[in-house]
Design a protein around this ligand. Structure first.
Ligand code: HPA
Length: 246
């Protein structure tokens, strides 16, 4: 039986419409997760929900305990993870307000606890990460977004930066040369930890601003991001209802 867990990012610290049955504080070998794991019912299905940045939103991307979060979700029975991420759009077709369901990721982060394979190991493991996202889950997301009629790039390369600052224009230009279409701060190590734990994982990214240098010399403002997050996250809830209710 598939058990979906939603990891809510910026703008999605709670999921309205989720009938909460239980809120579990799960201690892990890696410390505390960002928040209680919520067990509840959404669109007629039993799901788990975790606020990546805490509830209320207080943990910056570089301080999220990704290992504890993923471990706790698996402990609670999750088999499939739907990760919601706010991102900046690099390529022209990734405009503010549109969705992206990336199929590749490049890790530009540093110093994060990025693996469960460390310490007193019996053998060395190199997990396959050629295709970082689960293709079946990606297809379900693509179908759900399409059914809602929202504009979406069904492929894309997510460049994950360390943050919490936004990027320079030169950094975004380099990422573009590397092939990145979107930039965010929370895709890694979350994506690879899901793989290490054997969880199916896909990302629904919402473009909430044009990346640095991509809007005619304008700077990126919090007000602008907040406005896009507010509009976009209501759409995310509709997409999730469509996917989970199917
Ligand atoms: N850069 C990095 N992370 C982000 C951005 C961005 O422009 N927008 C939302 N998250």
């Amino acid at each position: 039986m598939n058990k979906y867990a939603i990891i809510g990012g910026t703008g999605l610290t709670r999921l309205e419409g989720l009938t909460i049955r239980d809120a579990m504080f799960i201690d892990t070998p890696y410390g505390s997760p960002s928040a209680e794991v919520i067990r509840g019912e959404y669109a007629g299905r039993d799901v788990l929900f975790l606020a990546r940045h805490g509830q209320p939103h207080r943990i910056p991307p570089h301080e999220v305990n990704y290992r504890a979060n993923l471990w706790a979700l698996r402990q609670a029975g999750a088999t499939h993870i739907l990760a919601i991420n706010a991102v900046g759009g690099i390529s022209d077709t990734f405009q503010t307000g549109c969705f992206s369901i990336p199929d590749q990721i490049i890790d530009y982060t540093s110093g994060r606890d990025h693996t469960l394979y460390e310490g007193d190991l019996e053998h060395v493991t190199h997990v396959d990460f050629s295709y970082p996202y689960d293709e079946i889950l990606r297809k379900r997301l693509i179908a759900a977004v399409a059914a809602c009629g929202y504009s979406c790039n069904n492929q894309g390369v997510y460049g994950c930066t360390q943050g919490p600052r936004l990027e320079t224009v030169a950094e975004v230009a380099r990422m573009e040369r590397d092939g990145c279409n979107i930039v965010g701060m929370t895709g890694m190590p979350e994506t690879v930890l899901a793989r290490e734990l054997g969880l199916s994982y896909a990302c629904l990214a919402l473009v909430v601003n044009r990346a640095a240098g991509k809007s005619n010399g304008a700077t990126i403002t919090k007000a602008q991001i907040d406005a896009a997050v507010n509009v976009g996250m209501s759409k995310v809830k509709i997409v999730l209802a469509r996917l989970l209710g199917a």
